[in-house]
Design a protein around this ligand. Structure first.
Ligand code: FEO
Ligand code: CA
Ligand code: CA
Length: 709
C-alpha cells in the first residue's frame, strides 16, 4: 500500500464500544459510530431556547388532529393553490441544452408516476424487492473501476492508489446530468467508510485503514449509458470512452467562494490563503442546478477531527465576544472514542495543531461534471452547518436553494441569489451561473402554528434574514462570522428547532416545498413540542410482525409541506402544514394528509425526496423504526389520492435507501442502497448481507428500477 503520510504518531486510546445490539431505534452500532460519530450519545448541540412553542399538543389533541385531518383532507390543498404555477428549474431540459441533448427524450413516457402497482410489504429480505411488473439492475458497485488504470477490486489487497480510481464506499446522493440521448454523467456522493464491513479483520493496520478510508470518501463522476431494456442504465465499461469520469477525494483542490473565502478563520498551515481546501467529507444528499452542475452537502464532518493535546479555545469575534462554543455547537471536540484516528496520519485532522481546519468543512460544494478539470467549489454564502443537501429552484429569475441542517433540534435554511439565472445555455451563461451562489441572502425558518383548534398542524412561516454577501443582520457578528458559524448566528434570531431536517425540495409540478424531518428522539424531552413538531411519543416495532410498542420522542418523522407566499420562493413568508406524520398506520399519532389510514404503507424516517413528472413525491427512508428494511415510497400530493403512501421498493438488510431520482420521463428510477449489512455484530467474515450477491460480502451500489418489458 502506498502512503502519502509516513509519519507515525501517538495513537489515542479508543474507548471500547458496545458492538452488539441495536441503538437509537433500529440503527446498528456501526451506523452510529461511523456515520455520525455517535451524535445521539451527546446532548444535541443546539442549547438555545428557540422553541417558539405555539401550543404544546398532547396525545389527545394529536388524535383529534388526525381525525379532523382525515375529515377535511384537503385543508392543505387550499393553501397549496397559491403555489401552483411557480417558476421552477428544469434540470434535464436546461442541462440538455448545454450538452448534446437538445430536448427531452423521444422514447415516450414511462409509468413510474402513473403505475398502479401493488405495495411492497414490510420485509427483512437481503434483496432489493420491487413490485410485480418492475425490474432493476445494478449500475455500479463499491470498488468498480471509475478512472482508467483502476485494478480489479479486491478488499484484501487494497492500495490507496487503487481506491483513488475505484467507486467509493457508501453511495448516498445520485445526480444524473444528460450528455446525449443515450448517455449521461452520474454524480454520486460517498458519505463515509465502515472498516468493520469493508476489510478482512486484521488485514490492515490502523494507519492503513485510516488512509484507505480517507480516500474512499468524496464523490464519483461516472459516465452511464442506456441499456437494451427500456429504462435500464449501466456504467460505461470502456473507460477510454468515459473521459469525464472522475474520483473527487482529498487530493482534489476545492476553491472556497463567497464572502468568507480568505477569512482568517479559514487559514491553516498548509493554506495561508484560506481559499483552497483539499477534499470534501461526509457528503450526504445533494441536488442538480439548472446549469448542469450538482450541489452536495458536507454533513457529519465534525467526527473526523480530534486533538492530540489541548483543545483550542474558540475564536474571538470581530466585536470582541469570545465564541466559546465555536466547536461544541457543531459537535466538534476531543473524541476519545474516535474510531478513525485520522489525526494520526495527517495533522490537519488534529485541532491542537490546526484549529481552523474544521471550519473548512460543513459547506455546500458544487461540482461541474462536464468539466473534469474544473476545481469544485465550497460556497460559504450558503452557510456552514451539517448540510444534508441543497435543492435549487428558480423563482423570479433567482436561484433559490433550500437546505436542512440534520441535527436534532436544528433549522431549515434558504438562500436567494442576488443575480438572475442565465438560461441561454452558452459558455458565457454557464460562467455567470457559476457565480450565482457567491452573492445573495441567507435565511433561516421560523414556523408559527395557528393553534390546534382547527385540528391540523399548520400555520405561517417566516424566513428570517441572517446576512447578505455584504450585510449582516445578526447583532455582533460580521458577514463572514455568520457564514462560518451559521448555527450560532441562527440561534440569535429565533428560528424553529426542527426534528433533523434532511432533504428540502421543491415539487416542479405544484411549486410547493417538501421537507423530510427524519426523527428526533429528544422531542418532548430536552426539546419541547410545538405545532410544527407535535409528536413526543411514537409507536415502533422490533420486527415486521411484532407488536407496536411506545418509544419517547418523534421516532418515525414527518414530511412538512410549505407554500411560498404567492408562489414566489424569493419572498420572506410561507404557509406550512404537516403533510405526513409517519409511522405505522395503526398508531394513533400518524397522519397521511387525510388519506384513509387502512390503505397506506408503513413508513418511518423519511430522508431523501424526489418527484416524478406527475408531481408525486417519492420518499426514501433511513432507519425504519417499524422493524423492517428501509425503502422507497410513492405518494401523490394532489387529487383524491393525496397522501396515499405506497411502498415501491425495499432495500437489502441493514441498508438505507439513498439517492432517489426519477429520470427520463418517468422511465428510470435511480436509487442507492447504502451500507447493506450494517447490522450490529456484523463483520467482513460474518456479514449480515451479501447484497448485491456478487461476492460473499456486501457492496454498496447504485441501482436503477424500471417497468418490466
Ligand atoms: Fe447523511 Fe442526514 O443523512
Ligand atoms: Ca393548526
Ligand atoms: Ca440522508
Amino acid at each position: 500500500m502506498t502512503s502519502a503520510h509516513t509519519e507515525t504518531r501517538r495513537l489515542l486510546p479508543i474507548t471500547p464500544v458496545e458492538r452488539d445490539g441495536q441503538r437509537h431505534g433500529s440503527r446498528s452500532y456501526l451506523t452510529c459510530l461511523y456515520r455520525c460519530g455517535n451524535a445521539c450519545d451527546r446532548p444535541e448541540p443546539n442549547a438555545s431556547d428557540n422553541t417558539h412553542v405555539q401550543e404544546v399538543i398532547g396525545s389527545a389533541l394529536r388524535r383529534r388532529a388526525v381525525l379532523r385531518g382525515a375529515a377535511v383532507g384537503g385543508g392543505a390543498l387550499v393553501l397549496g393553490a397559491a403555489g401552483a404555477g411557480a417558476a421552477v428549474a428544469d434540470p434535464v431540459e436546461v442541462a440538455g441544452k448545454k450538452g448534446k441533448n437538445k430536448g427531452r427524450n423521444k422514447l415516450g413516457k414511462g409509468v413510474l408516476g402513473t403505475a398502479n402497482f401493488r405495495a411492497v410489504p414490510p420485509n427483512k429480505r437481503d434483496a432489493v424487492v420491487t413490485p410485480d411488473g418492475f425490474d432493476h439492475n445494478v449500475v455500479i458497485r463499491w470498488g468498480d473501476p471509475v478512472v482508467a488504470g483502476a485494478p480489479a477490486f479486491d478488499p484484501a489487497n487494497l492500495t490507496v492508489d487503487a481506491v483513488k480510481k475505484q467507486f467509493g464506499y457508501n453511495n448516498d446522493y445520485v445526480g444524473v446530468v444528460p450528455t446525449g440521448r443515450n448517455t449521461a454523467l452520474m454524480v454520486v456522493n460517498h458519505e463515509y467508510d465502515d472498516p468493520d464491513l469493508m476489510y478482512p479483520t486484521g488485514r490492515y493496520s490502523q494507519a492503513e485503514i485510516a488512509e484507505l478510508g480517507l480516500y474512499t470518501h468524496g464523490l464519483s463522476v461516472v459516465q452511464i449509458k442506456r441499456g437494451k431494456v427500456d429504462g435500464s442504465w449501466y456504467r460505461e465499461r470502456n473507460l477510454s470512452k468515459a473521459r469525464k469520469n472522475r474520483r473527487i477525494n482529498v487530493d482534489t483542490t476545492f476553491r472556497v467562494t463567497g464572502p468568507a473565502a480568505g477569512h482568517e478563520l479559514l487559514k491553516t498551515g498548509k493554506d495561508r490563503s484560506g481559499r483552497r481546501v483539499m477534499g470534501t467529507l461526509n457528503n450526504c444528499a445533494g441536488g442538480l442546478t439548472p446549469w448542469g452542475t450538482i450541489l452536495s452537502g458536507e454533513e457529519n464532518f465534525n467526527q473526523y477531527f480530534n486533538v492530540s493535546g489541548e483543545m483550542p479555545a474558540g475564536p474571538t469575534l470581530a466585536d470582541g465576544t469570545a465564541l466559546e462554543t465555536a466547536y461544541s455547537r457543531y459537535g466538534i471536540g476531543a473524541n476519545p472514542s474516535d474510531p478513525r484516528q485520522w489525526l494520526t496520519i495527517d495533522d490537519r485532522f488534529d485541532m491542537t495543531t490546526e484549529p481552523n481546519e474544521p471550519h473548512r468543512f460543513g459547506w455546500i460544494v458544487q461540482v461541474d461534471p462536464n468539466d473534469p478539470d474544473s476545481l469544485p467549489r465550497k460556497h460559504t454564502m450558503l452557510g456552514r452547518f451539517k448540510h444534508e443537501g441543497a435543492n435549487m429552484t428558480v423563482s423570479r429569475g433567482r436561484a433559490v436553494v433550500y437546505m436542512g441542517d440534520d441535527e436534532r433540534g436544528d433549522y431549515l435554511y434558504k438562500f436567494v441569489s442576488a443575480n438572475k439565472v442565465d438560461r441561454r445555455g452558452s459558455k458565457r451563461a454557464h460562467r455567470h451561473n457559476m457565480t450565482l451562489l457567491d452573492e445573495g441572502t441567507l435565511y433561516v425558518a421560523k414556523l408559527t402554528g395557528d393553534g390546534t383548534e382547527d385540528g391540523v398542524s399548520d400555520g405561517r412561516g417566516e424566513w428570517i434574514k441572517l446576512c447578505t454577501h455584504n450585510r449582516s443582520f445578526v447583532p455582533g457578528m460580521t458577514v463572514a462570522e455568520v457564514l462560518i458559524f451559521t448555527r450560532h448566528a441562527a440561534d440569535k434570531v429565533g428560528p424553529t428547532r426542527m426534528d433533523r431536517p434532511e432533504d428540502v425540495e421543491v415539487n416542479p409540478v405544484n411549486g410547493k416545498v417538501y421537507a423530510a424531518l427524519t426523527n428526533n428522539s429528544n422531542r418532548g424531552g430536552s426539546i419541547p413540542a410545538d405545532e410544527a413538531n407535535p409528536v413526543t411519543s411514537s409507536q415502533v416495532r422490533s420486527g415486521p410482525a411484532s407488536e407496536l410498542t411506545t418509544a419517547s420522542g418523534n421516532r418515525n418523522g414527518y414530511v412538512l409541506e410549505m407554500t411560498a407566499s404567492g408562489g414566489d420562493h424569493t419572498r420572506g413568508t410561507f404557509a406550512w402544514n404537516l403533510f405526513l406524520i409517519c409511522g405505522d398506520p395503526e398508531a394513533p399519532e400518524t397522519y397521511f394528509a387525510g388519506f384513509p389510514k387502512e390503505s397506506v404503507s408503513r413508513i418511518s424516517c423519511p430522508d431523501n425526496l424526489t418527484f416524478d413528472a406527475k408531481g408525486n413525491l417519492w420518499i426514501s427512508t433511513d432507519g425504519n423504526a417499524l422493524g423492517a428494511n428501509d425503502g422507497l415510497f410513492r405518494v401523490p400530493v394532489s387529487g383524491p389520492k393525496r397522501g396515499e403512501v405506497k411502498q415501491f421498493l425495499s432495500v437489502p438488510r441493514g441498508a438505507e435507501c439513498c439517492g432517489p431520482l426519477v429520470y427520463d420521463g418517468d422511465r428510470s428510477l435511480f436509487f442507492a442502497p447504502q451500507h447493506p449489512g450494517e447490522v450490529s455484530g456484523a463483520t467482513f467474515e460474518e456479514p449480515a448481507s451479501t447484497w448485491p450477491h456478487s461476492n460473499d460480502y456486501p457492496r454498496p451500489s447504485v441501482c436503477v428500477a424500471y417497468q418490466r418489458r
